[in-house]
Design a protein. Structure first.
Length: 254
C-alpha cells in the first residue's frame, strides 16, 4: 500500500476525515488532511535529524582554534540548538503526528539527510584549521535550510493548521507560535553570528563561497538562491550578541 493510502487508513481509524481539503500548501497545491499528516511526519523526522549534527558542531567549536569567548558561545548555542531541534522533532511535531495515529517517524522521512552521516562529517580532527572550516560550512548549509524553514515551510504549516478545526491543529499552532518560531529564529541568529565572527573579515572570496554553501542548503529544500545583496540584508551589518543567541534578550531574526 502506498504511503498516502496508509496515512488515510490511519487517520480514518482515528475518526478523522483524511480527504478534507485544507487549502493551498507551500507550492500553491491543494492540501488535504492526509497530506498534512504526512508532512508532519517528515517535519518531525527532519527536526529530529538536526539533533546530532548540531551537537557535533558544538564539540567542533571547542577545537577550532577560536578565541575562548567565541568558542564558548558557539559551544553553548549549538548545544542548546541541538536540544531544541530534538524537542521540535519529538515534542512538537512528533506529538502531533502520534496524536493523529502516526507510528514513530523514522530517519528516512527526514528531508535534510541522514543525521549519522552529517555528524560523522563533523567529527573533531587534530587540525584546528580544518575543524574551523567544517564548522563554517555546516553553519552555512544549516543557515540555508533554516531560513527556508522559517520563512516558507513553517508559515505554510501554520496556514494549513489555521484552516483545520481540530484540537491537534489548535495545539500545534500554539506550540509553533510559542516554542518553534522563537527557537528557530535564534538558530538563524546563530548562523549570522558565525558569519560575522568567522567569515565576514576574511575577504570577498571566502564570503562568496560561504554564500554558495548557504544557497546549497536553500536549493536542497527547493527554494531560490539569494544573490549577494539579499544575502547581505539577511546577515545584517553586525553580529548578534551571545545573550541574544541563548535567548537571554528578546531578539527576532527574519
Ligand atoms: Fe528546527
Ligand atoms: Fe533550527
Amino acid at each position: 500500500m502506498s504511503e498516502i493510502a496508509q496515512a488515510r487508513g490511519r487517520l480514518s481509524d482515528r475518526g478523522i476525515d483524511p480527504d478534507l481539503v485544507l487549502g493551498p500548501g507551500e507550492l500553491g497545491q491543494a492540501v488535504d488532511v492526509g497530506e498534512l499528516y504526512l508532512t508532519l511526519g517528515a517535519v518531525a523526522a527532519s527536526e529530529k535529524a538536526g539533533q546530532s549534527p548540531t551537537y557535533a558542531a558544538a564539540r567542533l567549536a571547542l577545537h577550532a582554534g577560536l578565541p575562548n569567548e567565541i568558542a564558548d558561545t558557539l559551544f553553548l548555542a549549538y548545544n542548546q540548538q541541538s536540544a531544541e531541534e530534538a524537542g521540535h522533532g519529538d515534542k512538537v511535531f512528533g506529538n502531533a503526528f502520534f496524536a493523529l495515529g502516526g507510528t514513530p517517524p523514522h530517519a528516512e522521512l527526514s528531508v535534510v539527510g541522514n543525521p549519522a552521516d552529517a555528524a560523522s562529517l563533523l567529527a573533531v580532527s587534530d587540525d584546528p584549521k580544518d575543524n574551523k572550516k567544517r564548522l563554517g560550512s555546516f553553519a552555512a548549509i544549516v543557515g540555508g535550510l533554516e531560513t527556508v524553514a522559517l520563512q516558507r515551510a513553517f508559515p505554510a504549516l501554520v496556514n494549513l493548521c489555521e484552516r483545520w478545526d481540530h484540537p491537534v491543529a489548535r495545539d500545534l499552532l500554539q506550540q509553533m507560535r510559542d516554542i518553534v518560531r522563537p527557537e528557530e529564529s535564534r538558530h538563524v541568529l546563530l548562523f549570522r553570528y558565525v558569519f560575522h565572527q568567522l567569515i565576514a573579515s576574511k575577504g570577498e572570496r571566502v564570503v562568496t563561497s560561504f554564500r554558495e554553501v548557504f544557497n546549497g542548503g536553500r536549493t536542497q529544500l527547493g527554494a531560490a538562491a539569494l544573490d549577494a545583496a539579499e544575502f547581505e540584508r539577511l546577515v545584517g551589518g553586525s553580529s548578534p550578541t551571545p545573550r541574544q543567541l541563548l535567548g537571554k534578550d528578546r531578539a527576532l531574526a527574519g
